[in-house]
Design a protein around this ligand. Structure first.
Ligand SMILES: [Zn+2]
Length: 92
């Protein structure tokens, strides 16, 4: 029996369910009765591409932290690439 994955477009609730091919696809979220999106099971990372179901609020904190980290590592790399300034010769 194939496994189907559903994602609620309303509350983001994701779950798997066993259904026969002949069964009617679920349409309502068991939690909030919102609209369900049927995901293709067995797929890879394509599932989430461009779906935009994550609100920015949902992950804003981790997103910000990640952004910070990236900026930090970027500046670290940049620092290393900086050509050392020639020593200024003090005049006699
Ligand atoms: Zn829901």
């Amino acid at each position: 029996m194939p496994t189907y994955e559903y994602l609620c477009e309303s509350c983001g609730f994701k779950f798997e369910t066993f259904q026969k091919m002949t069964d009617e696809p679920l349409k309502k979220c068991p939690k909030c009765r919102g609209k369900l999106r049927k995901l293709i099971s067995g797929g890879g990372g394509l599932l989430f591409k461009g779906s935009g179901f994550y609100t920015t609020d949902y992950r804003s904190e981790s997103y910000k932290a990640k952004e910070k980290q990236e900026k930090k590592s970027y500046s670290e790399v940049k620092d290393k690439e900086v050509v050392p300034k020639p020593k200024v010769k003090s005049s006699d």
